[in-house]
Design a protein around this ligand. Structure first.
Ligand SMILES: Nc1ncnc2c1ncn2[C@@H]1O[C@H](COP(=O)(O)OP(=O)(O)O)[C@@H](O)[C@H]1O
Ligand SMILES: [Mg+2]
Length: 297
């Protein structure tokens, strides 16, 4: 196991059985997440993003393949061990606010700590600290119904941090928010990634949200189809376009090289098709990004 990786996923397969019908949600997925990295997972609905996150978080079990999270192969854990893993290692945030409506913001953040048997004084101290991290000191005695959607997600974020887990999984955390609140929530996710050193895997539909991450992984049909490094375009949009364009030109050259390798017989037809598909997918993502910036390549 590499010291650099927080998560290593190998040949992950997940098949759901619905009576006679089998749904293959993951089809041999491979990915790595480095320690301290923030990843955005994008891809069409039904491509397996939630399934992947749920397996990574110990909520669901793989059919085959392996998932290592901070040196533990979670595919081999017993149900009891999996509960322990989940409590200590993972903070999970979902699209639908998972706060308890009858509890205050503070009590919602405190709840997961009680499960670990942390003493009350320590709980209160940590809760106040976490609520400050998400900037809601003034709101901590409010119930979820008295908070905006964005504020509720920030409290959900604080609750996910309650037990100081090294890995934060966020499944469309901004899916139900307006643009402004979505931006604020993802900035807090980025903050806990950068300032608290948490490794973050976030699923999102929104390219402008995905760009906040260190790396974007695009899923399609149960596998990772492309891996893109978004440079932070915000500060220097012109340069960002240049970088994207240069990368596309580079990929074009690689593609041409691949053609000659195939013609010369130095790679097999399967290798050719596989590499070509991967290159073309990456180029497609880069072109979409250029298009989004309003630059035509
Ligand atoms: N509990 C389940 N039982 C049966 N099929 C499921 C279940 N969960 C997900 N699926 C199927 O697995 C595929 C991937 O789903 P999901 O991981 O939710 O995708 P995404 O989050 O990318 O939209 C879909 O075809 C979905 O219908
Ligand atoms: Mg989903």
């Amino acid at each position: 196991m590499s010291k650099r990786n927080a998560v290593i996923v190998r040949d992950l397969i997940k098949i759901y059985k619905l009576g006679q019908v089998e749904v293959q949600a993951l089809r041999g997925l491979n990915m790595n997440v480095r320690k301290g990295e923030m990843i955005a997972l994008i891809g069409p609905s039904g491509s397996g993003k939630s399934t992947l996150l749920n397996i990574m978080g110990g909520l669901d079990r793989a059919t085959a393949g392996s998932v290592r999270v901070f040196d533990t192969d979670i595919t081999n854990l017993s149900p009891g061990e999996l509960v322990g893993f989940r409590r200590g290692t993972v903070g999970h945030i979902f699209q639908n606010m998972n706060l308890i409506p009858t509890l205050t913001a503070l009590e919602n953040v405190e709840l997961p700590m009680a499960a670990l048997g942390i003493k009350e004084a320590e709980r209160k101290r940590r809760c106040a600290e976490l609520i400050e991290v998400v900037g809601l000191q003034e709101r901590m005695n409010h119930k979820p119904g008295e908070l905006s959607g964005g504020e509720q997600q920030r409290i959900a974020l604080a609750a996910a941090l309650a037990n100081d887990p090294p890995l934060i999984l966020a499944d469309e955390p901004t899916g139900e928010l307006d643009t402004e609140n979505a931006r604020i929530v993802v900035q807090y996710l980025r903050k806990i990634n950068q300032e608290l050193g948490k490794t973050v895997v976030m699923v999102t539909h929104d390219p402008s949200i995905a760009r906040v991450a260190d790396r974007i992984l695009r899923m399609h049909d149960g596998v990772v189809q492309a891996d893109v490094a978004p440079t932070t375009g915000e500060a220097r949009p012109a340069d960002y376009g240049e970088i994207l364009r240069a990368r596309i030109t580079e990929l074009d050259a690689t593609l041409a090289g691949l053609d000659s390798q195939f013609k010369a017989g130095t790679i097999t037809g399967d290798e050719y098709v596989e590499r070509q598909t991967r290159l073309k997918n990456t180029m497609e993502v880069l072109r979409e990004e250029l298009h989004r910036l309003g630059i035509v390549h």
